[in-house]
Design a protein around this ligand. Structure first.
Ligand code: PEP
Ligand code: MN
Length: 375
């Protein structure tokens, strides 16, 4: 069930509705939007009789939600969610780039890569310190020693730290000295981990499970949001198919498909999505062209020596070239959505890349680029 408040509803009217929802035993999730606040209701196992809410002050309408997910949907929040960590964002007009090694291996490696990531203008540094590995005999991550290095990278470079919580206790550690909790493909349906991340104040980057449907993936996000954490970034990283030319099949159609259903930002990981360095840049370009809010890219100062995912790591120069290319593509995609005469956030922050302009594009609201169904 979803309670849509009138555009002019006051804070105390919203609080009163929240109070009543909670008094009758459900959980209320107020979502302020640009034009109105909607309040999602969870905690019910069957349908709720919504009529009790209909006459409350400030309520515009009560909508029965028939989809299995409630909080991830555009019905609840028609405006896109922008996930913010200080001045670093994912989901607004600036392309969000999360880059770094697969695993943190030593201080020199992490610092060399972080320097490249900083140079690229990316704001997020990734790297596993706890690694979920298929084989118990391969590099398992440095654990707490790696976490010390990650914290030093954060101090030294001012980059926001994204690292994977393989188990619940890792969330505690990330909360102390990290910025974004990654939940990996293998853990997409680890429900206790999802709930723990849902109780965190940090944003959660939720990778798609390697055999997950869109609905299962969105329901995993719903687990996090149902606990009160609405800062979820979805990450398409490919699914298992019969194809043998790639490590996974990168399902880029999920990007517009998610846009049509959800307000959550969605990024693409072409590194795990292909498993092979030469495919990473083409698929990164395609992901951005498909409308992704950002990318996750594995980069290594010496890919041939990497302790994990060596074949898919880009060299620093390949990575820097990728960033230049995807930004140019993003400016085109972004310009087609910006208000006429307005600047994209990324245009105001940095010099325009040359070689193209948006003057010929249709910026009229209601044009194909503006179709609300494509949000
Ligand atoms: C990773 O990001 O290093 C990782 C293990 O990814 P995934 O969960 O997508 O396999
Ligand atoms: Mn990896």
């Amino acid at each position: 069930m979803l309670i849509v408040m009138k555009p002019g509803a006051t804070a105390s009217e919203i609080d009163a509705v929240v109070n009543i929802v909670e008094t009758v035993g459900f959980r209320a999730h107020p979502m302020p939007g640009a034009t109105r606040t909607a309040i999602g209701i969870t905690g019910n196992e069957g349908p709720i009789d919504g009529r009790r809410f209909e006459n409350l002050a400030g309520v515009a309408e009560v909508i029965r939600v028939t989809k299995p997910y409630k909080l991830v949907t555009l019905d609840l929040r028609p405006d896109k969610t922008v996930v913010r960590v200080d001045n670093a964002t994912i989901g607004d007009d600036e392309l969000g780039i999360i880059a770094g090694p697969c695993g943190i291996e030593n201080r020199d490696q992490a610092f060399a890569i972080a320097k490249t990531v900083q140079q690229s203008g990316a704001r997020f540094f990734r790297g596993c310190v706890w690694k979920p590995r298929t084989s118990p005999y391969t590099f398992q991550g440095l654990g707490d020693r790696g976490w010390e290095i990650m914290s030093a990278v954060r101090e030294e470079f001012g980059l926001k730290i994204v690292t994977e919580a393989v188990e619940e206790s890792h969330v505690d550690a990330i909360e102390k000295r990290g910025d974004v909790i990654q939940i990996g493909a293998r853990n997409m349906q680890n429900f206790s981990l999802l709930k723990r991340a849902g109780r965190s104040r940090l944003p959660v980057l939720l990778k798609r499970g390697m055999a997950a449907t869109l609905e299962e993936w969105l329901l995993a996000a719903e687990y996090i949001m149902a606990e009160g954490n609405y800062n979820v970034i979805l990450c398409e990283r490919g699914v298992r198919t019969f194809a043998q030319h790639t490590r996974n099949t990168l399902d880029l159609a999920s990007v517009p498909a998610i846009r049509r259903i959800s307000h959550l930002p969605v990024i693409v990981d072409p590194s795990h999505g292909t498993g092979t360095a030469y495919m990473v840049t083409p698929l990164a370009r395609a992901g951005v062209a498909a409308g992704a809010d950002g990318l996750m890219i594995e980069v290594h100062n010496q890919p041939e020596l990497a302790l994990s995912d060596s074949a898919q790591a880009l060299t620093p120069s390949q990575y820097l070239q990728l960033v230049a290319e995807v930004r140019a593509i993003h400016d085109l995609v972004c310009c087609s959505h910006r208000p006429a005469g307005g600047l994209c956030a990324n245009e105001s922050n940095r010099p325009q890349a040359g070689g193209y302009n948006c003057d010929g594009m249709d910026l009229t609201p209601g044009s194909a680029e503006h179709a609300p169904a494509d949000r």
